[in-house]
Design a protein around this ligand. Sequence first.
Ligand SMILES: NC(=O)c1ccc[n+]([C@@H]2O[C@H](COP(=O)([O-])OP(=O)(O)OC[C@H]3O[C@@H](n4cnc5c(N)ncnc54)[C@H](OP(=O)(O)O)[C@@H]3O)[C@@H](O)[C@H]2O)c1
Length: 431
Amino acid sequence: MRSVNVALIGAGTVGSGVIDFFARRNGRFSPVPGLEIILQAVCDKSEAALNAAAACGCRVFADARAVLADERIQVVVELIGGIHPAKEFILEALRRKKFVVTANKALLAEQGEELFAAARENDVDIFFEAAVGGGIPIIKPLREGLQVNIFDSVYGIVNGTSNYILSEMAQHGRDFQPVLAEAQKRGYAEQDPTLDIEGIDAAHKLTVLARLCFGRKINFADVYYEGISQLTAADIRYAHDLGFCVKLLAIGKASAGGIELRVHPTLIPQDHLLAHVQGVFNAIFLHGDKVGDLLFYGRGAGKEPTAGAVIGDITDAARHADSSAGGRLWGVQPAADTAAIRPVSDLEMKYYIRFSAADEPGVLSRVAHILGSLGISIHSVLQKASPENNAVPIVMMTHTAKEKNMAQALREIDTLPVIKTKTVSIRVENL
Ligand SMILES: NC(=O)c1ccc[n+]([C@@H]2O[C@H](COP(=O)([O-])OP(=O)(O)OC[C@H]3O[C@@H](n4cnc5c(N)ncnc54)[C@H](OP(=O)(O)O)[C@@H]3O)[C@@H](O)[C@H]2O)c1
C-alpha cells in the first residue's frame, strides 16, 4: 500500500467537514486499490478546532509554517480563506513541490495567475473545485471533459446568500432588510454580509469560471459588479407581472468584440431553467460550441457539500502526487490576454425601469422625450394604479439600448421635478 500525506490548514466550517470525513475513517482512506491518503496534520489558530482535529489521530499545529516545512507532506489543503497569509502559504507549499487544494475564490480571482505560474514552475498543481459552486462539480468538468469546447457564454447563480434573499423576497413579498436579518439568524448570511450581498463573492467566482471557459487571463478588476441591497419587493413583484424573475446573475460572454464580465441583479424570463433555482441553491448555465447548453445545479456552500468537493480534490491531488499512480497532470495552462475586455458602459441590453412620478398629466411624455433623445425606445409601459407616498410607480421595459445612454437617461430623468424618488433600473437578459 502506497500512501500520500495530507496537511490541512484551516479547520473552520469547510475544514471541519474534511476532518470529520477522515475521523470517521481513522484518519485515512483509500480512493483506489493500493493507494492510501492519510490526514497527517491539521493547523488552525483556534484551540477548539485543533482539539477536534486531534480526535482523528493527526498531529495538530497552531503555526502553518511547521506543516509547510514538513517534507513528508505531499498535499497541502488551504481552507483559511482571504488573501494573506493564504497566498504565502500556498506559494510556500508549491515552492516545496507540494500539491495544493484550496476553496479560496477570493485569492484565485485576485492572485490566481501568480499561483498557477508557481505551480507550473514547480511541476505540481492546484485543485480548486470548491472555489465555485461549493458542492457542484464544475471546475473539473471545465478543466477536463469539456476542454474541447469553445464557450461563448456562462451564466451563474453562484451566491447562495443572495439567491436565498431574492427567493424569499419574491415568494413572500418581503423587503430586503428583514429578509437579510432572518438569513443572518438562520446562518445563511454572515454577520458582515457585504461580500455576498454586494456581488463581490459572485464576481470572484465569475473571474475563476471565465478564466477556464474563455481561456483568457481575467483580472478581478475586469469584472463589473453590483449587489442586491437596493432591490425592493415592489420591483420584484412588477418584474413578476411582466413575466420575469430577478436573480443576482454572474454573466460572462465572449464574442468577436471581446469578453464581457458582469454581476448584477438581472431580470430573466420566468420559464428559463435558472429562474427555478431557489433558496441557497446555485446553478451554472453554459453554452459550448460542441456540447450546446449545459446546466450544473446543486448546493453552492455549506460544510458537507463543500468538504465533499475538497475531498474529491484531495483524491485527485494524491493520485498525481503518488508518482507510481502514473499519468502527468496538465496544470492550469498559461492563458492569452489578447481578447479585449468590454467595459460595461459599452454594452447594449434591455432594461426594466421604474420611476415614481407625481400623478399629473405630461409625465410620461417628458420621460419618453429624454429616452428618445438618447436613442432608447420603449417596449412597454405599466402604470400601477395605487400611488405610493403620493407618487405613482410607472414601470417601463425598453428595447435594446446602450448602457452609457441609459445611465445618462437616468441622470436626466431624476432631475425632473415630477420624479419623486431615485429611478430604479435593472438589466434584462433574454436567455
Ligand atoms: N463555508 C462555505 O460554505 C464555503 C463554500 C465554498 C468555499 N468556501 C471557501 O472555503 C474557505 C474556508 O471557508 P470557511 O467557511 O471554512 O472559513 P472559516 O469557517 O472562517 O474557517 C477558517 C479557519 O481558518 C482559521 N485560520 C485563519 N487564519 C489562519 C492562519 N493564519 N493559520 C491557521 N488557521 C487560520 C480560522 O481560525 P479563526 O476563526 O480563529 O480565525 C478558522 O478556524 C474560504 O476560502 C471560503 O471562501 C467556503
